[in-house]
Ligand binder design. Structure first.
Ligand code: E4P
Length: 219
């Protein structure tokens, strides 16, 4: 199981790598737009150079030929670029074409096990179910991940499940338990995962006891 960061922010990525728990990055047009970079391609290239692991960059076009064109350009930026393609008919045609050229694809905006099967059959390396957005409309996002994982295991697909649209730390361990191979987290959720009041209380007690001991005995 791996953690990716769901961000296009360079300092967040550097922090996640420094902590030793992040091995890839996923971006989307909304996340990139938030960074206000002068050049989208330069920004993606910079992220890939820093991460040295899979970096998903999304196409904006919606028809096959333009998606493939855009994807080829993005893919030429770095060997670790994975192309994010939306779950549409054109998207699956583009996926098939890109896979035949050796370009890895992450099928995004996936909301059902049925869509995940289509992505796997088209040859996607990754499929991204959006857990939080399913929960938002009263569906069971984690349940969808669980069903996908079962299907992929029964039929021995190599496609990896990236649990996406993660809203809180509970989503993270539930997605891992449900069988997601990768979880892509917003930086805020990654930070929240470190927190437990008993850890803070424990550190304080150790340090207080140590101070009393040192006062009497020296180091
Ligand atoms: C997936 O890779 C997307 O970038 C992402 O997880 C979307 O999450 P959101 O629902 O928080 O926008």
């Amino acid at each position: 199981m791996k953690f990716f960061l769901d961000t296009a922010n360079i300092s967040e990525i550097k922090k996640g790598l420094e902590w030793g728990v992040v091995s890839g990055v996923t971006t989307n047009p909304s996340l990139v737009a938030k960074e206000n970079a002068d050049s989208f391609h330069d920004h993606v290239k910079k992220i890939a150079e820093i991460v040295q692991g899979p970096v998903s960059a999304e196409v904006i076009s919606t028809n096959v030929d333009e998606m493939v064109e855009e994807a080829r350009l993005l893919s030429s930026l770095d060997k670790n670029i994975v192309i994010k393609i939306p779950m549409t008919k054109d998207g699956m045609s583009a996926t098939k074409k890109l896979v035949s050229e050796g370009i890895p694809v992450n099928v995004t905006l996936v909301f059902s096990p049925q869509q995940a099967l289509l992505a796997a059959l088209a040859g996607a390396s990754y499929v991204s179910p959006f857990v939080g957005r399913l929960d938002d409309i009263g569906e069971d996002g984690i349940g969808v991940v669980r069903d996908m994982a079962k299907l992929f295991s029964i039929h021995e697909f190599d496609t990896k499940i990236i649990a996406a649209s993660i809203r809180h730390p509970r989503h993270v361990f539930e997605a891992a338990l449900a069988g997601a191979h990768i979880i892509t987290l917003p930086f805020k959720v990654l930070e929240q995962m470190f927190n437990h009041p008993l850890t803070d209380i424990g550190i304080k007690k150790f340090l207080d006891d140590w101070e009393v001991y040192i006062k009497h005995h020296g180091y």
